[in-house]
Design a protein around this ligand. Structure first.
Ligand SMILES: Nc1ncnc2c1ncn2[C@@H]1O[C@H](COP(=O)(O)OP(=O)(O)OP(=O)(O)O)[C@@H](O)[C@H]1O
Ligand SMILES: [Mg+2]
Length: 558
């Protein structure tokens, strides 16, 4: 296919570049009045134009056959890589700039193919053909053209490099703008709550100031290239034409030759300017693609092991051994010296002030991050030895702030499960105490939940996340209770739903309301990243000076 592409490309360029030669033939034959020969040449000329047009389209179609799947592979490859990357990557990147660089990179990928394969090859082949013809007239013409061509290429090298630098700097500014816009789209509610529309617009305008400056620098670096190219190019053109007139006056060349030179040189210079534009574009595309494909080089921090153990079934025993962890770029340890065993089927609750590291323990257990030291075991196997997807398949997490896909309730409950029927979705929703609410909606299970689930209340989102977890039917369930205060009615609905799902399963519950966890077999009290107390509700309350007793008193006084 690519061979066909190249053959048709070369042929169409050759045919295209024969025009000046035909002009020469016309001019040289007309005075001889051999009309039949002229007619034949004319037909040949028209035929070659037509054939060139056909070949051009064949060439482009063949190119597209290679380009379209390549573009698909590049884009899906980048998404695949993004899926592979860790939590840490996602927390450090902004969605806005990521979208901006992906869009730019994808566009550049398309253009790069055309610029490099079609435009540059076209000009180079055209140049060679011209040199051959000029050389046949007189070598001086070929030499002169060659020198000016070389001079232009040499002088534009550094200029194009500067231009690339300017482009890079402009791209950063462009990403920043995109970051602000997407941040505003995501935080629309906060902006409105604080009536900060004007302030946000000003923030955007401020960023546009640098944007304009950088765009100006970028455009100026173009202008300089244009001036230099035009200067050297036109000088070369003038010299060739002058030399032509000199030879014409001494009758060293024919009128037809002169026309051939003029039309070759003028069409070629036109093409050559195009080439410089194309080179500029290629420079831009290279810069744009660099970051895009740079995503593919991002290093995964939490890797799947080489010879991963694949578990089919688990008992559900979890143990933390001397686990220490701090988030990247955060010196403070989020959790310290964690030692804990959770037996199969046991329910364990974590309590403690905000920020003590409760959610962090779940993230470590899910292998969103790896501990700095110590190990976490599942059924006695270090979780680092398992495939991440295998490990996660055993866990069902109801996150602290559940986020939904901008699709129907049904889609969100059934997320990630292939073959699922309506009844089981409904049954899960019933268990999660959500069915009644869903049935009150006019479109029922087909109701769209909005972006990130904005059309649902906080409690409804949590119950939907519970339904989703129930349907997945994992061996280990983890419930990170929302910090937001729900009314006691919805709180009861959620707790009810959760404990129903928790039956006979290893259960981890992170609770803010202690009433939630009286049922838990083991309560773990944390402070500043460390485990301070472990015991049942009763045992912990028995000690009046325990942290747990303090929490309990505080909450029951309310
Ligand atoms: N991605 C992150 N990067 C850096 N630091 C983080 C990150 N996520 C959490 N932290 C920090 O780690 C500490 C523990 O956070 P964690 O989310 O585990 O608290 P928590 O006990 O779940 O609190 P809450 O009850 O408010 O949910 C906090 O000090 C927090 O600021
Ligand atoms: Mg938390």
């Amino acid at each position: 296919m690519m061979l066909g592409f190249w053959i048709s490309l070369v042929l169409t360029v050759i045919l295209d570049n024969l025009s000046p030669y035909f002009y020469k033939l016309f001019i040289d034959i007309i005075p001889t009045e051999k009309w039949t020969i002229l007619f034949k040449i004319l037909m040949l000329y028209v035929g070659s134009r037509l054939l060139s047009e056909i070949l051009e389209n064949v060439m482009r179609s063949l190119g597209d056959l290679a380009l379209f799947p390549a573009s698909r592979d590049a884009r899906s490859g980048v998404v695949k890589k993004i899926h592979k990357l860790d939590f840490a990557f996602h927390t450090s990147k902004s969605t806005g700039s990521l979208i901006s660089l992906i869009k730019r990179g994808d566009g550049a990928f398309f253009d790069f193919f055309h610029s490099v394969n079609i435009n540059i090859s076209r000009t180079l082949i055209g140049f060679i053909i011209m040199l051959i013809f000029l050389f046949r007239v007189r070598w001086e013409f070929a030499a002169l053209s060659f020198v000016s061509f070389g001079l232009i290429l040499l002088s534009s090298r550094k200029l194009i490099r500067n231009n690339m630098k300017a482009r890079k700097s402009f791209n950063e500014s462009e990403d920043e703008i995109s970051e602000i816009i997407v941040d505003n789209l995501i935080n629309f509610e906060t902006v409105k709550l604080f009536a900060k529309e004007k302030w946000e617009q000003k923030r955007l305008l401020n960023s546009f100031e640098t944007w304009i400056k950088k765009l100006w620098d970028y455009s100026m670096s173009f202008r300089i290239i244009n001036l230099v190219v035009a200067g050297i190019g036109n000088l070369g053109l003038a010299l060739v034409l002058l030399l032509g007139i000199k030879y014409l006056s001494t009758k060293t060349i024919t009128m037809g030759d002169y026309i051939l030179i003029i039309s070759f040189i003028t069409t070629f210079y036109y093409q050559f300017f195009e080439l410089i534009y194309v080179l500029r574009d290629v420079a831009k595309q290279t810069v744009d693609m660099e970051k895009y494909f740079g995503i593919l080089d991002e290093k995964e921090k939490v890797k799947d092991p080489k010879n991963a153990i694949i578990l089919d079934k688990i008992k559900g025993e979890i143990s933390f051994k001397e686990v220490n962890f701090n988030y990247p770029k955060n010196k403070n340890k989020a959790v310290k010296n964690i030692n804990l065993i959770i037996k199969p089927g046991q329910s364990v609750a974590f309590v403690g002030h905000s920020g003590v590291g409760k959610t962090t323990l779940v993230k470590l257990l899910m292998r969103f991050y790896d501990p700095n030291s110590g190990e976490i075991l599942l059924d006695g196997i270090n979780i680092k030895k398992l495939k991440k997807s295998n490990l996660r398949s055993f866990m069902g997490v109801v996150p602290q702030e559940p986020v939904m896909f901008n699709k129907s309730i049904k889609y969100n409950i059934a997320y990630g499960i292939d073959d699922v029927n309506e009844e089981s979705i409904k049954a899960a929703a019933k268990l999660a105490n959500l069915d009644e609410f869903i049935c009150s909606l006019s479109k029922k299970y087909e109701t769209n939940v909005g972006e990130r689930g904005v059309k649902l209340s906080g409690g409804q989102k949590q119950r939907l996340a519970i339904a989703r977890m129930i349907l997945k039917n994992p061996e280990i369930i983890i419930f990170d209770e929302a910090t937001s205060q729900l009314d006691s009615e919805s709180e009861k609905l959620i707790q009810d739903a959760f404990w129903k799902a928790a039956e006979n399963k290893t259960t981890i519950i992170i609770a803010h309301r202690l009433s939630t966890i009286i049922k838990a077999e083991k309560i773990v009290v944390m402070e500043k990243g460390e485990i301070k107390e472990v015991g049942s509700h009763r045992k912990l309350l028995a000690d009046e000076n325990s942290l747990y007793s303090k929490f309990w008193k505080l909450q029951s006084d309310r």
